[in-house]
Ligand binder design. Structure first.
Ligand SMILES: *[C@@H]1O[C@H](CO)[C@@H](O)[C@H](O)[C@H]1NC(C)=O
Ligand SMILES: *[C@@H]1O[C@H](CO)[C@@H](O)[C@H](O)[C@H]1NC(C)=O
Length: 602
């Protein structure tokens, strides 16, 4: 009796367990189904498109735009891509200076492709292989630099309605196209040769579809084909083409040499066109020279008495050259008669502080000495003129190093260099945070154009400049919107500024170095969102992390982990809530630990 009850209970338990398991798997299944609906895409299609994205240049930023899956919920957020049934069916990228060699077989995996439109670009190389793309209806490759012959396989595309190949450098003979579906066909303005095949389709077309191929003959053109001499003529033609090509190459070579020589000359002129400081400072400086005014002339204050001291007169006699224009004034390189050179920043918008306060602040800033911070040598204060004299750090800014001369011919900035720059900036900023701990925001104007880069035998050395300006403005923050901290969420929302506001700016610089993009869109690249960190966050959250990496470091696969680790730190630094951002000392420690780990792994 007891056993019977027990076995009944047991079987009930087993039944229930089975029921639960079935329910569990059912629910799991539902979850999986939903998952598939959201994330389903065809990796091989994405991969094929990435081949274009990463091997071609264009005036639209495909690298920034083609991120994540090409089709989400059956629509595409990718420029020029159309999806249907979660498949890529249309690639339309015309008139955007797409240049480079089109990878020849990349389209094969985009099985359901109906339309490709690359009109009006600068694509080189052979026409793409379209074998097996049975759904193709339109192929528009006109107005490019394609060469080679028209692939014979194109006649097997039985659904083809439009084939536009005009205005390229195609040669060889025309294959015998005869698809009944074909309603538009154009191969004019190429170097095609031989007899136009006598298919009913080709014979039906207007003459203009074949125009300007000097060696093409037969109907519908007016030119009839010679029967015997064709071969010889062709050989002759080859010789003439070779000769012309040689001539053209020689011409190009001479042009390049001429261009380089001119450029060098122009550069020479530019460096010679130095004006005296007195001249670039304008009316103020000429008054200073008048002896009657000399009494009013304040002295340059020097921090390091061991330095070679010069006076205002020396400075005004120096030759000057503009090296930068910032929100707070123009910076000149002043070369003194002794041959020493310094950087002179002539401040604007800083007239609100009393002389005493200004001098106090400058004396504090003047004590800062750190290898990653530009040193202030001296300053000058008068009613209408305020100068800060810095040590001269030549070469270029981080902004120029990252963004200038993008495209062909640029020397890529490799990952280890970028990492060392990030570390230098972190060291400089951490030092400022300790030294100026009483300042509300110690740097307050951190951005890539305020990081000066000096190239040494050991590599790049970075120094921060334009720091401490918030303390030189009046407390009303009236001109603070000219500082880079004005891009932070707390400034926009009129919340309290703290050291963490600098941390935000540092995070943005890190992202700029990792992605190669200009924060806030900028001139180079309109397709990124306004806020670099928003964009990076979206991409990283969607598990397409490596999409954010600058093309120039993308190939350094062994560095990907470190790059993404740093991205994570950068995203913490740019958290909307200042209190969630790490302190600068913590950030520096994490960067240094990471660098140490990389060294140990080597
Ligand atoms: C790509 O660019 C198109 C239009 O230019 C835009 O609508 C789309 O949102 C962009 N996609 C991404 C992922 O930025
Ligand atoms: C073919 O292309 C040329 C050059 O773009 C154009 O002038 C001509 O009208 C076109 N002919 C046909 C039949 O499409």
């Amino acid at each position: 009796m007891f056993y019977e009850v027990l076995s009944n209970i047991m079987s009930l338990i087993i039944d229930l367990t089975i029921l639960y398991m079935v329910l569990f798997f059912l629910s799991l299944n539902i979850v999986l189904c939903i998952d598939i609906e959201i994330n389903d895409f065809y990796p091989q299609e994405r991969y094929a498109l990435l081949l274009i994205r990463d091997s071609l240049n264009s005036s639209v930023d495909l690298h920034g735009n083609w991120t994540g899956p090409p089709c989400i919920n059956n629509i595409s957020r990718w420029f020029g891509i159309t999806c249907s049934n979660w498949h890529v069916v249309d690639i339309t990228i015309h008139g955007v200076n797409l240049s480079g060699y089109l990878p020849s077989t990349f389209l094969q995996n985009i099985t359901f492709l109906r339309r490709i439109d690359f009109r009006n670009n600068a694509l080189f190389g052979l026409l793409p292989n379209l074998t097996g793309l049975v759904f193709l209806e339109e192929v528009k490759l006109s107005f490019n630099h394609f060469s080679g012959s028209i692939p014979l396989e194109y006649v097997e595309l039985l659904g083809l309605e439009v084939l536009e190949l005009q205005e390229n450098y195609l040669d060889g003979e025309i294959p015998p196209f005869d698809q009944p579906s074909l309603r538009s066909f154009n191969v004019s303005y190429n170097h095609l040769v031989g007899k136009i095949p006598e298919t009913s389709l080709l014979q039906r077309l207007p003459k203009s579809a074949f125009d300007d191929n000097s060696e093409l003959c037969g109907k519908p053109l007016d030119m009839s084909c010679p029967s015997s001499m064709e071969k010889n003529k062709k050989k002759l033609q080859v010789w003439i083409i070779a000769l012309i090509a040689f001539g053209a190459a020689l011409f190009l070579f001479l042009m390049i040499i001429a261009f380089l020589v001119c450029k060098r000359k122009a550069k020479g002129n530019e460096t010679r066109r130095n004006d005296s400081t007195r001249y670039v400072f304008g009316a103020w400086a000429s008054n200073v020279g008048n002896s009657e005014d000399s009494g009013r002339l304040g002295q340059l204050e020097f921090f390091d008495k061991k330095l070679q001291v010069f006076d205002m007169d020396d400075l005004l006699r120096a030759s000057a050259e503009v090296v930068g224009r910032g929100e707070f004034g123009v910076t000149y390189k002043a070369t003194l008669e002794t041959g020493n050179a310094v950087a002179v920043k002539r401040l604007s918008y800083m007239n609100e502080l009393s002389k005493k306060e200004f001098i106090q602040q400058m004396q504090l800033l003047g004590q800062i000495k750190h290898e990653n911070v530009v040193e202030i040598i001296s300053f000058y204060h008068s009613e209408d003129q305020k100068l800060i004299i810095y040590e001269l750090v030549s070469d270029c800014t981080l902004f120029e190093l990252l963004h200038e001369g993008r495209g062909i011919g640029r020397i890529p900035l490799d990952w280890s260099t970028r990492l060392s720059i990030i570390k230098d900036i972190a060291k400089g900023l951490d030092f400022l945070h300790q030294f100026l701990s009483s300042h509300k925001v110690p740097h307050a104007n951190l951005k890539s154009s305020n990081v000066l880069i000096h190239q040494t035998n050991q590599g790049y050395h970075s120094k921060l400049t334009d720091y401490g300006f918030l303390s030189l403005l009046s407390s009303s923050n009236k001109n603070a919107e000219k500082l880079s901290i004005s891009k932070s969420p707390e400034f926009v929302k009129r919340k309290k500024l703290t050291h963490k506001t600098d941390v935000y700016c540092f995070g943005i610089i890190m992202l700029e170095i990792i992605t190669g993009k200009i924060p806030g869109g900028g001139e180079v690249d309109e397709t990124t969102s306004n806020d670099l960190s928003d964009w990076v966050r979206t991409v990283v959250n969607n598990d397409w992390s490596t999409d954010i990496l600058d093309l120039e470091i993308l190939s350094e696969r062994e560095g990907h982990d470190a790059m993404l680790n740093l991205t994570e730190i950068a995203l913490e630094c740019t958290d909307l809530m200042p209190e969630k951002r790490p302190k600068m000392s913590v950030v520096l420690k994490r960067i240094e630990e990471m660098e140490q780990m990389i060294k140990e792994n080597d």
